[in-house]
Design a protein around this ligand. Structure first.
Ligand SMILES: Cc1ncc(COP(=O)(O)O)c(C=O)c1O
Length: 431
C-alpha cells in the first residue's frame, strides 16, 4: 500500500490494499489453484464467429461499402445494443423464468463492461459513506472491497454449506437497526455456485431473502456469474424470479465464464436504479465496444446447451477430481461440494490453528503450488454481529483456502492436491 507521505493521492489509495487475487497473478506455478480463469471455452464457435464477421466486413469493403465496418468499430449507446439487450432478456425469461417481456422490457437490461463494472456502478450509485451493506462471510472480494472503498459498512453474515443463512441475515438487519437506527441498503448474494465458497443457495432461502428484502426495503444484488456453469440438470430459479414488480432485486450475469472474457456483463434492473447505473457507466467508459457485443449476439443466438455441454463436462470432471483428491490427500477438514462454478472451499476443523496466507507464501508457492487464502474474501474493514447481537469489527478467517479447479487439467489437479496435502499435514503437525 502507498505511504501517505509520498504524494497526496485520493484517501482510498492509502486505505484499500491491492486485491489478493491480482497480487497472486504475478506468481507462475505449475499447480495454479488461484484465480478463477475459464479453462475451457467454446473456442471453435467463437473463432468461427470472428472469422465470419471478418469475411463479411472484407466483402463489404471490397464492394466499396465501409458503413458496416465503421459501425462495428465505433461507439454506440451506453446501455448496449438494443438487439443484444432483447436477446439477453429473452434468454433470462426462457431459462430462468424472470417475469418480463423481452419485447417491451428490454430497456431494463444494461450491458456493462463485465459484471464487475455493474457491481461497481451499483455501489457507486447507491452507497453513501456510512451506509450498511450485507454480504456473506466469505464473500466475492470484487464486491466487498469496492463497497468499503466507497465508505460502506460491510456486515459479514454467516454462511454454511448451503450459502448465506437466513437467521444470520435477520440478525444483521436487527443489529444495524438497533445500533445505527437504519436498515442496510444492499444484500449481496451469489446464489449459484458462489465465489469463493462454491455453495448454492436452496430455493427456500431464495424465497426467504426475497421476502425479507421486500419487507425491509433492502435492494438484493443477485450475482449470477456462475449460473450457466452448472454440472447437473437441476436449475433453481433465481431470487429475481420472485420479483414480479421489478422493485427488489437487481440480477447480474456475465459472459466471462460461458463465452470467454468479452468484457460483457448484463443485468436486469429496477427502472430508476438501471438509469442511475447507466449514468455512472457513461462516466466510466461511455459505452461498451460494439464489436464485442456483435460477437456476443451471434454467440448467444447459437444452440448453447449443445455447445456448452462439452465445456461443462470438463469442469464437472475437474471438480470431481479436486473433491476426490482433497478427500484422499488433505488432512481432516471442512470442504464444500460444489454443483457448479469454479471453486471448492476448504478449511481446517474448528480449533485448529492455521494461517493459510503464511502457508501459501512460505510453503505452497515455493513448492510450485498456489491457492487463494481465506483472508482475501473479507472486506479490508468489515463488521460482524457478535454473540450479544452487537456490531463489532470483523476478523477475516485465516484458516481457509479457495481452490480453483477451472483451469487445471484433471491429472494435474490430482498431483497438485496430493503434494499440497502432504505439505499441509506436515505443516499442521509442526505448528
Ligand atoms: C461472483 C462474481 N461476480 C462478478 C465477477 C466479474 O465478472 P466479469 O468478468 O463479467 O466482470 C466475477 C468474476 O470472477 C465473479 O466471480
Amino acid at each position: 500500500m502507498l505511504k501517505r507521505e509520498t504524494l497526496p493521492y485520493a484517501e482510498w489509495t492509502y486505505r484499500i490494499p491491492e486485491g489478493e487475487i491480482r497480487r497472486l497473478l504475478k506468481y507462475q506455478v505449475k499447480y495454479y489453484f488461484g484465480g478463477g480463469l475459464p479453462g475451457a471455452l467454446p473456442i471453435r464457435q467463437l473463432a468461427g464467429i470472428i472469422e465470419e464477421i471478418g469475411r463479411e466486413l472484407l466483402s463489404d469493403i471490397g464492394e466499396g461499402n465501409k458503413a458496416s465496418s465503421l459501425q462495428l468499430f465505433n461507439y454506440n449507446k451506453t446501455p448496449g445494443l438494443d438487439s443484444l439487450r432483447k436477446l439477453f432478456l429473452k434468454r433470462l425469461v426462457e431459462r430462468q423464468h424472470l417475469p418480463f417481456d423481452p419485447e417491451t422490457d428490454y430497456h431494463r437490461v444494461l450491458v456493462t463492461n463485465g459484471a464487475q463494472q455493474a457491481l461497481y456502478g451499483l455501489l457507486d450509485s447507491i452507497i453513501n459513506p456510512g451506509d450498511y451493506i450485507l454480504s456473506a462471510a466469505p464473500s466475492y472480494l470484487g464486491f466487498v472491497t469496492p463497497a468499503v472503498k466507497l465508505g460502506g459498512n460491510v456486515v459479514c453474515c454467516p454462511s454454511d454449506e448451503n450459502g448465506l443463512t437466513v437467521e444470520g441475515v435477520e440478525k444483521a438487519i436487527a443489529a444495524v437497526k438497533r445500533e445505527a437506527g437504519t436498515v442496510p441498503k444492499i444484500l449481496y448474494i451469489v446464489s449459484d455456485s458462489d465465489n469463493p465458497s462454491g455453495t448454492t443457495l436452496p430455493q427456500d432461502r431464495r424465497k426467504a431473502f426475497f421476502e425479507i428484502a421486500q419487507r425491509e426495503n433492502i435492494l438484493i444484488v443477485e450475482d449470477g456469474a456462475y449460473k450457466e456453469i452448472q454440472f447437473g440438470k437441476k436449475r433453481l430459479n433465481p431470487i429475481k424470479a420472485y420479483d414480479t414488480e421489478n422493485r427488489v432485486v437487481v440480477y447480474l450475469a456475465s459472459t466471462s465464464k460461458e463465452a470467454g472474457v468479452l468484457r460483457i456483463g448484463y443485468g436486469v434492473y429496477p427502472a430508476e436504479i438501471g438509469d442511475m447505473v447507466e449514468k455512472a457507466k457513461g462516466y466510466y467508459d461511455l459505452c461498451s465496444p460494439v464489436l464485442n457485443q456483435v460477437i456476443a449476439e451471434r454467440y448467444y443466438s447459437l444452440d448453447l446447451d449443445q455447445i456448452l455441454g462439452e465445456v461443462l463436462g470438463i469442469y464437472r470432471e475437474r471438480c470431481g477430481a479436486m473433491l476426490e483428491a482433497l478427500g484422499s490427500f488433505f488432512p481432516k477438514g471442512i470442504m464444500t461440494r460444489p454443483t457448479g462454478g469454479f471453486f471448492v472451499w476448504w478449511e481446517t476443523l474448528p480449533g485448529v490453528n492455521f494461517d493459510s496466507k503464511t502457508f501459501n507464501e512460505k510453503v505452497a508457492i515455493p513448492n510450485n503450488l498456489l491457492f487463494v487464502p481465506s483472508h482475501a474474501f473479507f472486506p479490508p474493514e468489515g463488521l460482524v454481529v457478535d454473540a450479544r447481537g452487537k456490531l463489532v469489527s470483523a476478523k477475516p478467517h485465516t484458516n481457509g483456502m479457495r481452490l480453483s479447479f477451472s483451469a487445471v487439467p484433471k491429472e494435474r489437479i490430482f498431483e497438485g492436491i496430493e503434494i499440497m496435502g502432504n505439505l499441509l499435514k506436515k505443516h499442521l503437525k509442526q505448528l
